[in-house]
Design a protein around this ligand. Structure first.
Ligand code: DHB
Ligand code: FE
Length: 259
């Protein structure tokens, strides 16, 4: 970043914070509480959470636009490469309704992209991310896969129920103090990439989720909301080798040519 860019953006930010302080006649007690709060956000390691909840959506809109959304704080590189038929790594008794997600990766002009990489991650049914929270084993519900010669993929996982941010730290404290809830709709995360295309960071959501219209992270877009189809007949379960009712849905990811 150039000196001019830093001075312009940081200068504007500082001016706007000073304007808000003046407008609301912030007291010394409030100022000291705010400083102490910011220190505790750092001590708790919650800066990635804090900044992604409040600000990533704006950066994302400017830089990705349609079909994309925020990455959030819980991406971990080096998730395992999966083998077909794709199943996200999960515990034997993983909680949640089974979900089969299928789809296609295409260029923005509509051509299917064979060999595109989907790097996928999600929380478990108790809203815990592996490699972040203690509970799930490493790389639980995280994996990488590729599209076939038709640009298509299919992966089995669980339907992610609606989600709350990690609790017990400064983030929860602030949301409670402001009377705001800490929920996001249930979601699946993806980074989709292919040679010659700009990688797409996005999430998929599900129709009917109670938090679609009030995501604490402001990261829902209409084109990312999928409809789940339930399959509960013995024939359907047999055909898929499933031992309990399951859901299916599909999505088309669109990648922009690089450059
Ligand atoms: C945020 C985003 C997520 O996807 C998530 O699971 C938790 C937090 C965020 O924007 O901070
Ligand atoms: Fe998430």
């Amino acid at each position: 970043m150039t000196t001019e860019r830093v001075a312009t953006v940081v200068g504007d930010l500082v001016n706007r914070i000073n304007d808000a302080i003046a407008k609301h006649e912030v007291t010394y007690d409030e100022y000291r509480a705010a400083v102490n709060y910011l220190i505790r956000v750092g001590e708790a390691g919650e800066w990635p959470l804090f900044t992604d909840v409040f600000f990533e959506h704006t950066v994302e809109q400017l830089n990705q636009g349609e079909g994309g959304t925020i990455m959030g704080p819980y991406y971990v590189p080096d998730a395992p490469w999966l083998e077909r038929p794709y199943v996200l790594p999960m515990r034997e008794d993983e909680k949640g309704d089974p979900l089969i997600l299928s789809g296609t990766v295409r260029s923005t002009s509509g051509d299917p992209i064979p060999g595109a990489v989907l790097d996928m991650w999600q929380a478990d049914a108790d809203t815990n991310y592996s490699n972040i929270q203690q509970e799930p084993p490493p790389f639980n519900l995280r994996g990488k896969m590729t599209t076939d010669e038709n640009g298509e993929f299919e992966v089995r996982t669980i339907v992610p129920p609606y989600y709350h941010l990690p609790r017990g730290g400064p983030m929860e404290e602030l949301l409670k103090a402001a009377g705001w809830h800490d929920f996001r709709p249930g979601h699946l995360h993806f980074i989709v990439s292919a040679d010659g295309y700009t990688p797409l960071t996005t999430q998929l959501y599900f129709e009917g989720d109670r938090y679609l219209d009030s995501d604490v992270a402001s990261a829902v877009k209409p084109e990312l909301i999928l409809t789940l189809r339930e399959h509960d007949s013995p024939e359907e379960m047999d055909a898929r080798g499933m031992t309990k009712p399951f859901f299916t849905t599909s999505h088309e990811f669109r990648l922009k040519p690089a450059g």
